[in-house]
Design a protein around this ligand. Structure first.
Ligand SMILES: [Zn+2]
Length: 324
């Protein structure tokens, strides 16, 4: 009798242990999403980002502002004075796209084509440089894409948050800044998707733009970007600020951009001290020449017709200058 009772207790105990361990994987699945806003975006960014971007832009008609999805309290806490502007980020209509030559071009004839896109790669590195760049961008009412590396975001998530809080746009520049073309498909995917994840976890939304390090990508890279709803670009106007011969020469950086200037210039710059120093004069020169600064939030996926039309422009990744 007692042996039978003992057996029952043992069975009950075994059942408890089993149930207990079955429960664990569930909680492990949820565990990484400690930041609430990231969770919803995870699903939508992976599957339906391009559609949701288009529909997000369309209901408001003629570029009338829609209510931002990001919580405003975070932004309004970020700073004094003009950052009140950044406290209500607007979702502009999608007016532009990136063509095959990586220029930014209007979707429709009547939209201003005399514009440039400003981009800064390889951060986030230092608060002082980031604030210097953004102070100048604010002065000129300009927005830029900051293409970040995952390992740097991991080291300085607060700098990523700073860029975002000040109303600038985050892009994906791979985790390790390696030549993705030389990697396996799985490694390439991890290099891109891990950045999507850490950015989403840090600021609550995943990047919409991707630029491969060194402008080096292939069809597989394009496919992975597509899978993640990412708009792929290299650049069409290299400031050469990464070239050692231009180190500490802001004037050379400005001249390089002006020498290559054309409507739709996708300008590649980096988070570097001499670029911080050059930016104010560069933006003034661009304004004086009648160029506007494209808001990256107004750039959407390329219309189907441009997929083939752009190829005639002839620029390819292969023919591009080496860059960081
Ligand atoms: Zn780079």
């Amino acid at each position: 009798m007692t042996r039978l009772l003992y057996k029952k207790i043992l069975l009950a105990l075994a059942a408890c242990v089993l149930l207990g361990s079955c429960g664990q994987p569930d909680s492990r699945v949820r565990q990484p999403d400690s930041s609430a806003p990231g969770e919803e975006n995870a699903a939508s960014a992976a599957t339906s980002a391009p559609e949701s971007q288009e529909t997000a832009g369309s209901p408001d008609g003629n570029g009338i502002r829609t209510v931002p999805e990001t919580p405003q309290d975070e932004n309004s806490a970020s700073g004094p004075g003009e950052s009140a502007e950044a406290a209500k980020p607007e979702q502009p209509k999608l007016l532009y796209h990136i063509n095959k030559a990586y220029n930014v071009v209007p979707n429709e004839e009547e939209t201003d084509k005399k514009v440039v896109l400003l981009t800064f790669d390889d951060g986030p590195k230092e608060r002082e440089m980031i604030e210097g760049l953004i102070d100048t961008l604010d002065k000129h009412a300009a927005k830029a894409i900051f293409f970040v590396n995952g390992y740097r975001v991991k080291a300085h998530p607060e700098l990523l948050q700073l860029i975002h809080d000040r109303g600038q746009i985050i892009g994906n520049h791979s985790w390790d800044h390696i030549d993705l073309k030389k990697e396996s498909k799985a490694k390439m995917r991890q290099q891109i998707e891990d950045v999507q994840t850490i950015v989403k976890e840090t600021i609550g939304e995943a990047p919409r733009f991707f630029r491969p390090p060194f402008g080096s990508g292939n069809e597989v890279t394009h496919g992975i970007a597509d899978d993640n709803g990412l708009i792929y670009m290299t650049w069409s106007n290299g400031s050469l600020d990464w070239d050692s011969k231009n180190k500490n020469k802001p004037d050379a950086v400005i001249q390089n951009v002006l020498d290559q200037l054309h409507a739709g210039s996708n300008i590649l710059m980096h988070e570097l001290p001499w670029t911080v120093e050059a930016l104010d004069e560069l933006l003034t020169e661009l304004e004086n020449k009648g160029y506007g600064f494209v808001d990256p939030d107004s750039i959407g996926p390329a219309p189907a017709a441009d997929q083939t039309a752009g190829q005639a422009a002839g620029q390819t990744d292969a023919g591009r200058q080496k860059a960081k």
